[in-house]
Design a protein around this ligand. Structure first.
Ligand code: 5AD
Ligand code: SF4
Length: 460
């Protein structure tokens, strides 16, 4: 690691490890992540660091000697949840004053949050931003040895740490970050401020990581980045997909998120032509109104967006798309909202992730006037969800009688001896099956549809 002034992460890992292992009883660490899959990847890296520093990982924060809150800043409710949990940690610390409490991730990267923590949550021992992740061992060492409360929200802008291998939790599914940061500055979004500018991993590192994961038995590779289409690690993103597709083994590849402004025909062709690629693209549109898209600084129009959809569907008529919709952007009119409904009717998304706009400090949208009331926003959300239910109920009927290839990944929580999995189209599939099928690909013949999943039976 060569980021700041010859800082040597491994040296500090070793120093903390020595201390931790010299204790009379094993020390435990609880690491809780919030937010998106990229942040959960960071959480898995923190788990690796904690375990190399000699801690046993622990699900129960009440039993833990080190508690790390790896936070998200994308919406206010994520921050509220984190503050709620930090408040609870105060009681843990009252019972066991030696517990070390750390706050990190996107929320911690913001100066006003670091200030608030210092002032109102003085029992938090360590604060570090997304950029200072590799400094966690150093901060912890200084806390344990000198009792210093420390905050490091420096923006190191020092490339990518390839040294920390995430301690993955979700076998047989593995997330692989391919790039970090974002250059787009959508006017509502805090991500460029808390995750810095785009940095792509070298493609050879990605390929060798994926090869190793496949050797280790992983069956689903999820490539992650704030905008995978601007991946630039010496080859283009579609080329990276083709090279991953060429790796031997039976596995499925997904990716997210893909910014519509640079989704190309090459991307669509690659997804359709490469047999290991999931037959689905998550293409967040945010709004169906050109006026709103412009104020969001999304840099595409509805017409341009539909060209991509239509191109995919000219090759595969019922190609599956999913999307994010951001409702209630400042001054979104009834007409703007209806344009979003019309777009949904036109595209017929198989899955939709919907969010009500949340004002974020430092963003341009935070300064925009807004005359839409909260009541109107939540009414619109109800209307939009009802429409999406109708769309999925209708469009899932296309799977009736078809056989889908599904990676069985969990047991049903509601029906005994039923399993859940995801099809190549990204659809949730429920089917009767024995636990021994978990982690395997199965062919499921669909005989029933719901508005959020389809059901079927395993066939040869
Ligand atoms: N408020 C609500 N939702 C947001 N998103 C990003 N920023 C905000 C915000 N300020 C949503 C967008 C994005 C998804 C990951 O989160 O829809 O695609
Ligand atoms: Fe945020 Fe836009 Fe970057 Fe996505 S592309 S992380 S919405 S700024």
């Amino acid at each position: 690691m060569n980021n700041t002034n010859n800082y040597d992460m491994n040296e500090y890992i070793g120093k903390v490890r020595e201390l931790v292992l010299s204790m009379q009883k094993p020390l435990k660490a609880h690491i809780k992540s919030y937010g998106c899959q990229l942040n959960f990847c960071d959480g898995d890296k923190l788990k690796r660091l904690a375990s190399e520093m000699g801690f046993e990982l622990c699900e129960d924060e009440l039993q833990s000697d080190l508690i790390v809150f790896n936070t998200c800043a994308v919406r206010e409710n994520a921050e509220d949840r984190a503050f709620g949990n930090i408040g609870f940690a105060k009681h843990i610390k009252e019972k066991n004053p030696n517990t070390v409490i750390a706050l990190c991730g996107c929320m911690a990267q913001q100066e006003h949050i670091a200030e608030k923590i210092k002032k109102s949550y003085p029992f938090v021992d360590i604060v570090f931003g997304t950029s200072a992740q590799s400094h966690f061992p150093e901060l912890l060492y200084n806390k344990l040895v000198f009792g210093r409360n420390l905050c490091d929200i420096t923006e190191y802008n020092d490339g990518i740490n390839e040294e920390i291998n995430p301690l993955r939790q979700g076998f047989p599914k593995a997330s692989v970050p391919i790039m970090y940061g974002c250059n787009n500055f959508c006017t509502y979004c805090v991500v460029p401020y808390v995750r810095g500018r785009e940095r792509s991993r070298n493609y050879e590192n990605i390929l060798s990581e994926v090869k190793q994961l496949i050797k280790d038995g992983y069956k689903e590779i999820m490539l992650l980045g704030q905008n995978v289409n601007s991946y630039d690690g010496d080859i283009t993103f579609p080329e990276l997909l083709r090279r991953i597709n060429d790796i031997d083994g039976d596995f499925v590849v997904r990716f997210m998120s893909s910014h519509p402004k640079d989704a190309s025909k090459d991307l669509i062709d690659t997804v359709i032509d490469c047999e290991k690629m999931a037959k689905q693209i998550h293409l967040p549109v945010q709004s169906g109104s050109n006026a709103v898209l412009e104020r969001m600084n999304r840099r595409y129009t509805v017409e341009k967006y539909l060209e991509i959809i239509d191109y995919a569907r000219s090759r595969v008529p019922d190609f599956s798309f999913s999307s994010d919709i951001l409702l209630g952007f400042p001054d979104e009119s009834r007409e703007d909202f209806e344009a979003t409904l019309a777009l949904m009717e036109r595209v017929k998304y198989d899955n939709l992730y919907t969010f009500i706009y949340s004002k974020r400090e430092r963003t341009k949208a935070a300064l925009m006037p807004d005359c839409v009331t909260e009541k109107e926003k939540s009414e619109r959300m109800g209307e939009l969800l009802a429409l999406q239910r109708k769309i999925t109920t209708e469009s899932y009927k296309r799977f009736m009688g078809k056989t889908l290839r599904v990676l069985a990944d969990s047991e049903s929580k509601t029906a005994e001896n039923w399993l859940l999995g995801k099809s190549y189209e990204g659809i949730i599939v429920e089917f009767p099956g024995d636990k021994s099928l978990l982690g395997q690909f199965v062919n499921v013949k669909i005989n029933n549809t719901k508005n959020w999943a389809v059901e079927g039976v395993v066939v040869e």
